[in-house]
Design a protein around this ligand. Structure first.
Ligand SMILES: Nc1ncnc2c1ncn2[C@@H]1O[C@H](COP(=O)(O)OP(=O)(O)OP(=O)(O)O)[C@@H](O)[C@H]1O
Ligand SMILES: [Mg+2]
Length: 307
């Protein structure tokens, strides 16, 4: 893997001592296979490169595969927390670019069958560990079950991933509808993944926004558009986050743009010169880091038919 920082390790690490107020971000979808895990991993790494302390958690309970995309072979996972009462700090691993990671167990019945109070307890446990970080990024499961909604309703921000496929948009709408039903003030944004281009992605978003406005009477924003990029698949096959494997690929740059949108200084803080300078320095450092690295050879532009 072409690392941009220190290498990933499957060793448990201790939770950092200091940090800022944590912001929790749940990456969700309706329909599975739309790129949620790939995006969660690259998003967390880009946040790390921008100078933020990030805890990335696999909450696709029972069908977790974030460890695969990160090339990690964890010895301890959420399974040990739930089944054996292991402390959450003991299952935090060091991932790429200073990102800390909690992996889930795959094919683990104990995780797949948690009831609501258990899910709530798990979330509280994770948040306690996450309070030492700037961002808690959660890769959640597909669908609108309790195993998803417990996390979506408690996150500061929900990023719903959808592809331009009409069934994906409808499933994304279903997720938003259930979420707003349970938490009307939820902060929901859409990531359009596998779009033909930026314009196509915006058209898809406008359709989604119109449906949500019409049927749920809520507003949603566009977090970003990520184009269909064969490099994302190549990176997945290589078990590496695409932002590290192909740092200059279009999809990687679009993740950076998404992160810049995500960490944008809120208007009331713009006056604070120190905050803006720090923010700019972080962005410049992230771009510099990437431009220093040689890009692996990228084949010709992908054909959608090859997907
Ligand atoms: N922008 C993209 N361009 C091309 N391929 C993509 C893109 N985003 C994701 N993919 C590919 O789509 C497949 C599914 O991605 P991923 O596993 O991240 O989806 P998911 O939503 O997490 O799936 P699941 O519902 O199974 O958890 C992977 O092969 C990945 O490489
Ligand atoms: Mg996934």
């Amino acid at each position: 893997m072409e690392r941009r920082g220190h290498p990933a390790s499957a060793q448990a690490r201790t939770v950092p001592e200091v940090g800022l107020a944590m912001k929790s971000i749940a990456v969700a979808n309706g329909k599975g296979g739309v790129g949620k895990t790939s995006i969660s991993a690259s998003l967390a790494i880009s946040l790390g490169e921008h100078g933020h302390k990030v805890l990335l958690v696999d909450l696709d309970l029972g069908l977790a595969n974030l460890d695969l995309i990160l090339g990690l072979k964890p010895e301890t996972t959420l399974r040990h927390v739930v089944r054996d009462g292991v402390g959450i700090g003991e299952v935090i691993l060091s991932g790429p670019e200073g990102v800390d990671v909690i992996t889930g167990g795959s094919g683990v019945k104990e995780l797949a069958c948690l009831d609501k109070p258990q899910l709530e307890g798990l979330f509280e446990n994770i948040c306690a560990a996450g309070s030492k970080y700037d961002f808690l990024v959660m890769d959640t499961a597909s669908g609108v079950g309790e195993n998803v909604m417990v996390f979506l309703t408690r996150a500061d921000r929900v990023l719903i991933v959808a592809t331009p496929d009409p069934t994906s948009i409808i499933d994304a709408f279903a997720t938003a509808k259930v979420l707003f039903g349970e938490r009307p003030e939820a902060d929901v944004s859409l990531i359009v993944n596998m779009a033909d281009d930026e314009m196509h992605g915006k058209t898809v978003f406008n359709r989604f926004k119109a449906i949500v406005g019409q049927f749920v009477n809520r507003d949603v924003s566009l977090a970003g558009v990520i184009e269909f990029d064969e490099n994302v698949r190549r990176a997945t096959r290589a078990r590496e986050p695409f932002i590290l494997k192909f740092p200059k690929a279009k999809a990687s740059r679009q993740i950076d743009a998404l992160v810049e949108w995500l960490v944008e200084v809120p208007e009331e803080r713009v006056d604070n010169e120190a905050v803006s300078i720090l923010q700019r320095m972080r962005q410049v450092c992230a771009v510099f880091k990437r431009s220093e690295k040689p890009e692996p050879e990228v084949e010709a532009a992908p054909l959608r038919e090859a997907a």
